[in-house]
Design a protein around this ligand. Structure first.
Ligand code: 1CP
Length: 366
């Protein structure tokens, strides 16, 4: 049964490797560069539509209601941990939630996904984004993180908070929806660079405060998602994408030197050499680059995360899936490596294949 705000109790039904013994989460050890017997595993979008338990909650609540109701957000955040035994937990929310809190009207439909009813299209519409205090404007998220930390006590499971990176959030604010041709974002890039810098600066300040508040509420790791960074013409990449990634990462590392920051850029092939100059602790690599090639582009003490192809999880040949998973671990290496997918778990992914991949990684020994 669903818990309510007044009677919320930790469910206490997560695996406890050493009951009541504080265990340093494997994810945090991997992110520090420790040599491990096996890599930690979690998956982007590990909570969501591919899980029947999530679909059952969606029958009672809209997607945005789940995000806005801490007890329900915690319930769905826990589902993949309970079913598959991941080593890390990513709080259930969405990258668009803080833009909603800043004044953009967010609607979500099954057909169209997330959409803003009032995207920013004219320069004078920049004022639509009002000032933002994450602690009060996203109090539900901070509460969810606090509740999750209670759930995860003594489990060895790390809690990940996250945000969209400035370019991806700016392009959602301009397009009003997912990137298709990127017409509006590129129009600003080409014709109104100053206004675009203003938008990116506003969003960057928000992202820094938002991640800072998540860390104070209990997030032990921050992952930044720059899903649409790979769509920016090369001549504009440094100034409009990487500068703002750098500002967020440097500000977070200055405020919280011991909290690891992971950066995910989709379609990062070709961008990795320049990404290597960033001060992130780890880079999440998509399936287009082998981990071996990625490793050769980064400093030795950089942690890599990735990169089993999300669509490999649809394979019917279990032995092949197991072999692909093991090949990914072998490429990742014994230290500085976190197992993940190249991108998120897709809807309709067979749950037995998620279980197979998790078990394969957890049974691996170097
Ligand atoms: O019930 C439903 O149908 C909701 C589907 C769904 C889910 C489960 C959406 C709508 N968002 C989420 C959760 C979500 N989104 C998480 C939760 C934690 C977890 O990983 O388990 C995270 C980290 C995100 C991040 C996110 N949202 C990104 C960045 C990562 C990525 O996948 O590239 C992006 C681009 C979004 C926007 C978004 N929200 C939802 C959808 C379907 C999309 C993508 C739409 C698009 O193509 O632009």
């Amino acid at each position: 049964m669903m818990t309510t705000a007044t009677c919320y109790q930790p469910t206490g039904n997560l695996p406890t490797p050493f009951a009541n013994t504080p265990t340093e989460p494997l994810l945090l050890r991997a992110l520090k560069g420790e040599t491990l017997e096996r890599p930690p595993i979690w998956m982007m979008r590990q909570a969501g539509r591919y899980m029947p338990q999530y679909q059952a909650v969606r029958k009672r609540h809209s997607f945005l209601e789940i995000c806005h109701t801490p007890e329900v957000a915690v319930e769905v955040t826990l589902q993949p941990l309970q079913q598959f035994g991941f080593d890390a937990s990513i709080i259930f929310s969405d990258i668009l939630i803080p833009l909603q809190a800043m004044g953009l009207e967010l609607a979500f439909t099954d057909e169209k996904g997330p959409q803003f009813a009032n995207p920013i299209r004219q320069v004078d519409e920049l004022k639509r984004l009002h000032s933002f205090d994450p602690v009060t404007d996203c109090d539900f998220l901070m509460k969810s993180l606090q509740l999750m930390r209670r759930e995860l006590e003594h489990t060895g499971i790390a809690l990940i908070g996250f945000a969209g990176a400035p370019w991806t959030l700016a392009s959602y604010a301009l397009e009003g929806c997912s990137w298709k041709t990127g017409r509006f974002s590129k129009q600003w890039l080409f014709e109104q660079p100053e206004a675009l810098h203003q938008l990116l600066a506003t969003i960057t300040a928000m992202v820094i405060d938002y991640c800072d508040a998540q860390i104070q509420a209990g997030a032990q790791v921050i992952q930044l998602f720059d899903t649409w960074a790979g769509n920016v013409p090369t001549a504009y990449y440094q100034a409009f994408v990487q500068t703002y990634q750098r500002q967020v990462i440097d500000a977070l590392k200055a405020k919280h030197p011991t909290v690891p920051v992971i950066l995910f850029v989709k379609h990062s092939r070709g961008l990795l050499p320049t990404m290597a100059s960033l001060n992130a602790d780890a880079f999440s690599i998509d399936e287009l680059t082998t981990l071996t090639d990625a490793r050769s582009l980064f400093a030795k003490d950089t942690v890599l995360q990735g990169n089993l192809d999300s669509t490999a999880l649809f394979m019917s040949d279990k032995a092949k899936l197991k072999a692909l998973t093991e090949a990914t671990i072998t490429q990742g290496g014994r230290s500085h490596y976190v197992f993940n997918l190249g991108h998120g778990v897709l809807p309709q992914t067979p749950t037995e294949n998620v279980a197979l991949v998790v078990d394969t990684v957890k049974n691996w020994r170097w």
